[in-house]
Unconditional design. Structure first.
Lengths: 337, 396
């Protein structure tokens, strides 16, 4: 064991050599930190050669999603770490396959340019016994982030001036969303929600085995003007809700399945009575009442910030007005009979 | 190097596990200290809540197998969620072989304690309460195990749930015994579940005392093999305060035991007293559905050995008052919509049928009459529910 600690320390040192952004030493990720334990700080992994700037180390790739999860309006920087010589595997439109030893890193920020503040970084580590999810909270000085096993609640002012109570999830809450059939899994990097350009480039760099079929199918949320409403709404529900609302997910017992590929209207919530919604039903009788967003439980719960009513249950303390507008429009346009 | 470490770790975990006790006290930082203990606990460990009030801002969760969370008593160690800002429940358990005992959960914003997919769970001597009494703004379920096998809920107290005090959903092999459920919409509800015993509970001042339901369209349907025995079901006349949209919002105030869409249910040796609509009610599922697996009627219900007090004197459904006055002021103790199959009638009390002939037919088409004593056309016995012996041993 002492040997290990030494090597971890050495790797951490190696990661911190990169003092100056103009002359970059080759920063190397600490595989031991990825593979075991609960590193107390984000810097121990060495995912970045410049943490504050979020400049990735060797073998750490940047990626984006077509339609992202709403997280109180935070911007997100997303990275994938692949150990030297390893590559991702394509599985049709679904989740990319990650080799053991790889990691997914997501940093949540508010503000732009010099005003940008890093709030938290969540890591998903693919270990020999499965995926482990850990949350890290950035310090005031923005030099490093510290393990926040129990999560945290941070009162803050958003760039748009709104006062919010931002919640960093605890380790278990990471799993609440990232779970299928009791196992922790990634959610975001599905081929259908990744750009064709990024996938092609990753293939050409030898970091993805083949170009997946069904890639890039979800609409680009940032360019949604003019996009088809149903496609936008279904993408939104897939990304924001379906990690729990699917068979084997955290809300499987509701019988509601909001995945992109679900085409059974009742399972999607159309005219579906609630099961265990309690006051979350808001006095409404079905999840989706075609033509009537105001009497649809889905819209009611998306439009609340109150614990016990708000959906998703975790990961937001404010409403996503853009998402609500898209889902409302979709329901409005459904024929009522 | 990696391979080496993995081997070293494997060696460590092969050593005998020594169960640890992690003691948590109330006060500053309780949220983080308690949550961290629940995350870092190892299988076999106990997390102990010292007496006192724990003020919590977010839901708690446990995802480690074999952990016991124990307080100093249901009135001594209190998890207070009055100021909860996030999560859908007070405490969420997602691991197996967990024991929860001797503490209270107050005023959770959503459900009180939920366990999902948590097999062999024991809920013992807990109090889950919305302290303002019955209100539509209270959380839905007090004690809420779902999608699991082997569930024991005993010696607990639940008050104020705007859906069900103790709700067991989509599960099997269940014992709910010696609990007190007071001023909830449903006292105890067994839904889409099989092989359950609800025994020796006190269900009082709820809208409905004990419900045995099955709903279509869920991953698990086809509930049945349920024993409701030796319970005191008294004064369940609280106005229904469930938010509309939920199935229990349609339960009439004054319901003792209600059976809907289930197969093989026994209602034996209960004391059924002063429930002002009906002591025992059997109905078919009333809403449209498309689930082909679903069986909407109450089938093979046996009602025997019960003690019936006054009741049926203020029936809470449309036209109920007219029927009651026709019958001399109150409804008979047992009520069926007429859509039951093979009702095993063991008690010599009158049974009112609404005379419906088709599932989904509205109550306004009722043709009420007294049910003529029908011979039992087949008999059955429910096998007793046996939980693994180690579950019972945990709370001895």
């Amino acid at each position: 064991m002492p040997l290990l600690i030494l090597s971890a320390a050495a790797a951490a040192l190696a990661g911190s050599i990169t003092v100056n952004a103009t002359v970059v030493e080759e920063a190397v990720v600490n595989d031991v930190a990825v593979m075991e334990g609960m590193p107390r700080t984000l810097s121990e992994y060495g995912f970045f050669w410049d943490a504050a700037e979020q400049n990735p180390a060797h073998n750490v790739l940047n990626y984006e999603l077509n339609t992202p999860l709403y997280s109180d309006g935070a911007d997100k920087l997303r990275f994938i770490y692949l150990p030297e010589g390893e590559k991702l595997g394509a599985h049709g439109e679904g989740l990319l396959e990650f080799p053991v030893g790889s990691a997914i890193i997501k940093t949540f920020t508010f503000g732009e340019g010099d005003d940008r503040r890093l709030i938290e970084t969540r890591v998903l580590l693919h270990r020999a016994d499965g995926w482990t999810a850990l949350p890290y909270r950035w310090n005031e000085e923005q030099t490093d982030a510290k393990l926040a096993l129990a999560g945290a609640r941070i009162p803050m002012t958003r760039p748009d001036g709104e006062e919010i109570s931002y919640r960093i999830p605890n380790k278990n809450q990471c799993k609440t969303c990232h779970s299928k059939d009791g196992e922790v899994i990634p959610i975001g990097p599905k081929a259908r929600n990744l750009s064709g350009e990024w996938l092609a480039q990753t293939v050409s760099e030898g970091l993805l085995d083949v170009m997946p079929a069904g890639a890039d199918a979800l609409p680009h949320w940032d360019e949604r003007d003019g996009a088809e409403t149903s496609s936008l709404a279904r993408a939104y529900l897939d990304v924001n809700c379906a990690h729990c609302h699917q068979p084997g997910g955290g809300a499987s017992n509701s019988g509601l399945d909001l995945r992109w590929e679900q085409d059974d209207l009742a399972k999607l919530g159309i005219r579906k009575p609630p099961v265990a919604a309690g006051r979350g039903a808001g006095g409404h009788k079905v999840s989706i009442a075609p033509g009537a967003p105001d009497t649809s439980i889905l819209v009611y719960r998306m439009s609340s910030t109150e614990a016990g009513v708000a959906m998703p249950e975790l990961g937001r303390s404010t409403n996503d007005d853009d998402g609500i507008a898209v889902v409302r429009k979709w329901i409005e346009e459904m024929p009522a009979s | 190097m990696i391979r080496l470490t993995v081997a070293a770790l494997a060696l460590c975990s092969a050593a005998p596990l020594l169960a640890d006790t992690h003691t948590i006290s109330p006060g500053e930082g309780a949220q983080e200290r308690l949550q961290e203990a629940l995350i870092l606990a190892e299988p076999g460990d106990e997390v102990v809540l010292e007496a006192g009030r724990y003020t919590l801002s977010d839901g708690l969760s446990l995802d480690v197998d074999g952990v016991t969370l124990r307080g100093a008593g249901m009135n001594a160690s209190i998890l207070d969620f009055t100021n909860q800002a996030g999560s859908g429940e007070g405490l969420l358990v997602t691991s197996d072989n967990v024991t929860l005992r001797d503490f209270a959960v107050e005023n959770a914003k959503g459900d009180g304690i939920k366990s999902k997919g948590a097999d062999q769970i024991v809920y013992h001597a807990l109090r889950v309460e919305w302290t303002g009494g019955p209100k539509a703004s209270n959380g839905a379920y007090g004690i809420y195990p779902v999608e699991a096998s082997n569930i024991l809920v005993q010696d607990s107290y639940v008050r104020g749930a705007s859906d069900a005090g103790i709700y067991v959903g989509q599960s099997e092999n269940i014992i709910v015994r010696r609990n007190s459920v007071v001023e909830n919409v449903a006292g105890i509800e067994i839904e889409n579940s099989n092989h359950a015993e609800v025994t020796e509970n006190l269900a009082t001042k709820n809208t409905g005392g004990i419900l045995v339901f099955d709903l279509p369209g869920l991953p698990k349907v086809g509930g049945g093999d349920v024993l409701v025995a030796r319970n005191a079901v008294i004064d369940n006349n609280t106005d229904n305060f469930a938010p509309e949209g939920n199935i229990v919002a349609s339960v009439p105030s004054g319901t003792g035991v209600m059976i809907m869409a289930n197969t093989k249910v026994q209602v034996l040796d209960n004391a059924l007293i002063n429930n002002s609509t009906s002591h025992v009610m059997m109905i078919a599922y009333t809403q449209p559905y498309t689930d082909e697996r679903f069986q909407p009627r109450p089938v093979q219900v046996e009602v025997r050995g019960n003690v019936y007090g006054s009741g049926g004197n203020a029936p809470d459904f449309a036209g109920g008052d007219v029927i009651a006055s026709m019958m001399g002021g109150s409804l008979p103790p047992i009520l069926t919509d007429g859509l039951h199959e093979n009702l095993g009638r063991g008690d010599n009390v009158p049974i009112l049928t609404l005379g419906l002939t088709e599932v989904g037919q509205p109550f306004t088409e009722a043709q009420p009459s007294l049910l003529r004593a029908a011979p039992i056309t087949s008999t059955w016995t429910n096998d007793p529910v046996e939980l693994p012996a180690e579950m019972e041993a945990r709370i001895r």
